[in-house]
Design a protein around this ligand. Structure first.
Ligand SMILES: [Zn+2]
Length: 422
């Protein structure tokens, strides 16, 4: 089948899929999982011994286990060394959409952990493209759209989506942002897809009157979209909703509904929740659409915050208040000989409660001390220190050493407002 036909079929499937009750969704998931496990226990050496078992009998794995057993987990016969070597080579030459024996190989980056490789088959990418179109095209597939897509590299996949009525224009985030903005000014966009750091730069250009564009849909990808950044982007673009795709190399986990609420994509992934408090959880994912590199009970190191009130859109998929960030980015302090863990949200508040601070990064160093990167005056610095002192007192840990430096961030890395070096 051609690319386009596959994408269209997938689009139609996802666009019209609707579960009226949670029960119906769960029964659908059970069927998909059972079918998927039959495939995986047949095709993956790692899972062969679990033939006939239930999902809960299979081991929970993480990135370490995935990479250590890469060769026997994947079902397409690609070894880890081969995949890594190939992906590094492709990244170096900035080759777009690298393919190894017709399989897309990517590197997972952005974390302090060891490098990981991931594999995606052509049919899986087409399914994904159909899924994304189904979720976000405001007037369906027959509408006319100019899509401006900020990404790390151009990809053949998106070219394949281009048709008479949908055009994709790519913006390389490594290129000069001023030039990108000039190009955007020239070409305009109905749908703008970019990471928050790029969206913020475009928002600034809008605020200064340097460009005048009115996309109907803005989609934030790849980095955590902080509430206050979201608000600023909304205001600059004059939109009520900024859409989000929460995606990692392990799959597309959540997307926003028309109300702007993130919902887990429980029609493609089954998610077990490892609760760490009454609403925060670490997701353990089973992707029942992914076949080349099975993702079965894979524990991510992200912390998600569940929304307790139902979303007005009526969708039965779990609603999220937000993506808190990496589990590794939970700050660790010591108090009375114990370890005290503080979620990024509370760290962020120390800055937000200190005054009107737009650009900042708070990084906990390996020795436990904190560096605040922000261009703020002495008065504001004093406020930040007193907010941290209050946080320490309330949570019973010793006040950390805090240093202030000018705001910087490396645009080759993901923007993270709150980060712990490990
Ligand atoms: Zn909703």
């Amino acid at each position: 089948m051609s690319n386009k036909l596959n994408i269209l079929l997938s689009y139609l499937k996802f666009r019209h899929r609707h579960f009226s009750t949670r029960k119906k969704l769960e029964s659908y998931q059970r069927k998909k999982i059972a079918k998927h496990l039959r495939f995986v226990t047949k095709k993956s050496g790692f899972y062969r011994k679990y033939a006939g078992k239930k999902l809960e009998d299979l081991p929970v794995i993480d990135k370490g286990v995935m990479m250590d057993n890469f060769d026997i987990i994947n079902t397409v016969g690609i070894s880890r060394d081969e995949a890594l070597e190939f992906a590094v080579q492709a990244e170096r030459s900035r080759e777009f959409d690298p393919k190894l024996r017709n399989i897309t190989v990517g590197l997972s980056s952005g974390t302090s952990h060891s490098r990981g490789a991931f594999l995606v088959e052509k049919t899986e990418t087409e399914k994904w493209a159909g899924f994304v179109l189904a979720k976000f095209l405001p007037h369906g597939i027959t509408g006319h759209y100019r899509v401006a897509f900020f990404m790390r590299a151009n990809s053949n996949l998106y070219k394949s989506v281009s048709s008479k009525n949908i055009s994709f224009e790519f913006y390389d985030i490594y290129a000069d942002m001023e030039q990108n903005i000039e190009k955007l000014k020239r070409l305009g966009a109905d749908i703008l897809v970019a990471q928050p750091s790029a969206l913020l730069m475009i928002a600034e250009a809008l605020e200064n009157g340097r460009i005048d564009i009115h996309p109907e849909t803005v989609i934030s990808i790849a980095e955590v979209l902080e509430k206050e950044d979201e608000q600023r982007i909304k205001t600059a673009f004059g939109l009520d909703v900024i859409h989000q795709v929460y995606q990692c190399t392990e799959g597309c986990l959540a997307t926003t509904c028309r109300c702007g609420t993130l919902h887990l994509n429980e029609d493609i992934v089954f998610i077990e929740k490892e609760y760490i408090d009454e609403k925060r959880f670490v997701p353990i994912i089973t992707d029942f659409e992914r076949t080349s590199q099975p993702i079965i009970r894979y524990r991510l190191n992200d912390v998600l915050v569940e929304k307790k009130e139902p979303c007005p859109c009526g969708c039965v998929y779990t609603a999220l208040e937000k993506i808190e960030g990496r589990e590794d980015d939970v700050f660790v302090f010591s108090g009375n000989g114990k370890e005290v863990r503080i979620f990024p949200d509370f760290i962020r508040r120390c800055i937000l409660f200190s005054g009107n601070i737009r650009n900042y990064r708070i990084v906990q160093q390996k020795d436990g001390s904190i560096i605040v990167y922000s261009d703020i005056d002495d008065e504001m610095k004093k406020n930040v220190l007193s907010e941290f002192a209050k946080l320490a007192k309330d949570n019973g840990f010793a006040s950390p050493e805090i240093k202030f430096l000018a705001y910087t961030y490396d645009k080759n890395r993901k923007l993270k407002r709150v980060e712990r070096l490990t």
